[in-house]
Design a protein around this ligand. Structure first.
Ligand code: NAP
Ligand code: ZN
Ligand code: ZN
Length: 348
């Protein structure tokens, strides 16, 4: 079993530190990847610190993976040694339930296998994520990458990209729709780029007014400081759809007040505390609160291909892995422009 080097949290209180573990050789339908880049998602921080109460240690985070294929099993058809492959938030599922059959593996009836801190369906080990120099995955859960895109800037598409693309497609965001994006971080900046690309009128809602110029450059038609009650009031009752990517606990009523009748507020951010809402915010306009989680394998590939066609990638700050704890701290201070990506050559 080949050794893999990475960074792990050994418990919920310690910073990430160098860690060596083993990966299996690829099975018949699996590929081995030498990881080139891995994005730093806020979920990695929530999980490393056990903020959702489901973490397993040692925990190697990372589910925005782009790498070079180093070995393929004998039945692999979509990848060749030397090619590029990408892996996102899930790496396996039951493959026979109705959601799996229709390509919504993230909604697998038996529970999809997460890229890290989950029980591996193949060998029963605990999955170790992409803050490491290698990964082994079934080709069904790997994606091809359009050749025209920068690989470091592609990595965040595997979580931040699909998590925003999927709900924007599901709720049919496009021309004639006024759309709000809550939070300009990793997810938020991708939601902004996609909404703009889909032709909607998009308003960035942010608690950091210093991000205003960037938001306009990233595709926002307007930027609103969400803590400014007067500025929010000026938009009351005008939004068709709002995508909430905020990572910290926050009141939903100010955002619900922005919706039109029958509008939807879709939550993708996962604060560690449940939200409090005033039901009157819903009944007075038959508003909906919904949630959305990543996307299935076919839609993830569709999103990557769309990004290739429209030249969309993340805005990234590339860091060596030795700076990952600093990146976590900056993420907590909302100081992200707009996704940290680890250059895995720093592990050597
Ligand atoms: P991030 O880069 O740290 O961005 C989060 C942004 O949320 C911040 O930059 C900030 O934007 C905003 N924010 C923070 N505190 C806020 C508050 N109290 N009120 C309003 N806005 C606030 O994080 P990320 O990687 O984009 O992840 C965002 C969340 O999505 C995390 O909870 C993560 O776990 C979750 N997530 C969910 C899925 C899914 O499948 N549903 C997938 C990936 C991630 P401003 O400075 O602009 O206000
Ligand atoms: Zn993520
Ligand atoms: Zn299934």
């Amino acid at each position: 079993m080949p050794a893999s080097k990475g960074y792990a949290a050994l418990d919920s209180k310690s910073p990430l530190a160098p860690f060596t573990f083993s990966r299996r050789d690829p099975g018949a339908t699996e590929i081995s990847i030498e990881i080139l880049y891995c994005g730093v998602c806020h979920s990695d921080l929530h999980m490393a610190r056990n903020e959702w109460g489901q973490s397993l240690y040692p925990l190697v985070p990372g589910h925005e993976i782009v790498g070079r294929v180093t070995a393929v099993g004998k039945n692999v058809t979509r990848f060749k040694v030397g090619g590029i492959a990408a892996v996102g938030v899930i790496v396996d599922s039951c493959r026979h339930c109705a959601p799996c059959k229709r390509g919504e593996e993230h909604f697998c009836d038996e529970g999809a296998t997460l890229t890290y801190a989950a029980k591996d369906r193949v060998d029963g080990s605990i999955t170790m994520g992409g803050y490491a120099n290698s990964y082994v995955v079934d080709e069904r859960f790997a994606h091809t990458v359009p050749a025209n895109l920068d690989l470091a800037a592609v990595a965040p598409l595997l979580c931040a990209g699909i998590t925003t693309y999927s709900p924007l497609r599901h709720w049919k965001v496009g021309p004639g729709k006024k759309v709000g994006i809550v939070g300009l971080g990793g997810l938020g900046h991708m939601g902004l780029k996609f909404s703009h690309s889909f032709g909607a009128h998009v308003v960035q809602l942010t608690t950091s007014l210093k991000k205003k110029e960037d938001a306009l450059k990233l595709g926002a038609d307007e930027v609103v400081l969400s803590t400014d009650a007067e500025a929010m009031k000026a938009h009351a009752g005008t939004f068709d759809f709002i995508l909430d990517t905020a990572s910290a606990p926050h009141a939903l009523d100010p955002y619900l007040s922005l919706l039109k009748q029958d509008g939807t507020l879709t939550l993708v951010g996962l604060p560690d505390q449940p939200p409090a809402i005033n039901v009157f915010s819903l009944i007075t306009k038959r508003a909906s609160i919904a949630g959305s989680m990543i996307g299935g394998m076919p839609e993830t590939q569709e999103m990557l291909d769309y990004c290739g066609q429209h030249n969309i990638t993340a805005d990234v700050e590339i860091i060596p892995i030795q700076k990952v704890n600093e990146a976590f701290e900056r993420m907590l201070k909302q100081d992200v422009k707009y996704r940290f990506v680890i250059d895995m050559s720093s592990l050597k």
